[in-house]
Design a protein around this ligand. Structure first.
Ligand code: PLP
Length: 221
């Protein structure tokens, strides 16, 4: 078995069955993704639109491509036809644009609402207040081409595990609150995307349903 396949097998053995593995392949060549694909991996995450499109075009069509990075509205059109999940939706204007582009290609684009849970100011995301006011308007009901499938967040980059745990617990609370208030009957609203190479074990303990793992699979970037 090659190293990438081995890393994936080890991770899969560790992840609870309900937790999906997004293999984060950003900056890695097609050949690395092909190795992962050959071992059975089908979900890949990228953080740049151009790179995502190039890889989509060059690789098998049964791959599920996830956009995990910050997304600019003017680039939504390039990925709307094929993207399986957009993790980092952090503004009303971005939601509007995804709805518009989803309509053009006649599909409902699955997205996650990104929350700002970390201490660092540089990380993107909504606050709970912003999301509550978003849902208090009926604007959101008019988005027929966006499927809000859950939440996403990134913890502070720190060695302090109790800090990380606190932030993941917070995201889980946001999810539960949104689920019970707005999505009780919506089965599609079910994902909590949290956890990367350095903190996925803590994320799973806190209720993650989807981990985004790059360097543990493909090596450092
Ligand atoms: C790069 C990246 C990851 C993966 O990070 P690793 O530490 O390599 O596992 C996860 N999520 C996002 C949003 C990323 O940009």
């Amino acid at each position: 078995m090659n190293l990438i396949a081995q890393n994936i097998a080890e991770l899969k053995a560790e992840l609870p069955a309900q937790v999906k593995l997004v293999a984060v392949s950003k900056t890695k060549p097609l050949s690395a993704i092909e190795e992962a694909y050959a071992s059975g991996q089908r979900i890949f995450g990228e953080n740049k639109v151009q790179e995502l499109v190039t890889k989509y075009e060059g690789l098998p069509k049964d791959i599920e491509w996830h956009m995990i990075g910050h997304l600019q509205s003017n680039k939504v059109k390039y990925i709307a036809p094929f993207v399986s999940l957009i993790h980092g939706v952090d503004s009303l204007s971005l939601l509007k644009e995804i709805d518009k582009q989803g309509k053009k290609c006649n599909r409902k684009v699955p997205v996650l609402l990104q929350f700002h849970i970390a201490e660092e100011e540089t990380k993107f995301g909504f606050s709970m207040d912003e999301v509550v006011s978003l849902f208090s308007t009926d604007l959101i009901q008019n988005f027929n081409h966006v499927q809000i499938s859950g939440v996403m967040g990134m913890a502070t980059f720190t060695e302090n595990n109790s800090q990380i745990k606190k932030e993941f617990d917070q995201l889980k609370k946001y999810f539960d609150q949104l689920k019970s208030t707005y999505f009780l009957k919506d089965e599609a609203f079910k994902e909590i995307s949290m956890g990367m190479s350095g903190d996925y074990k803590l994320a799973i303990e806190a209720g993650s349903t989807m981990v985004r793992i790059g360097s543990t699979i493909f090596g450092s970037r």
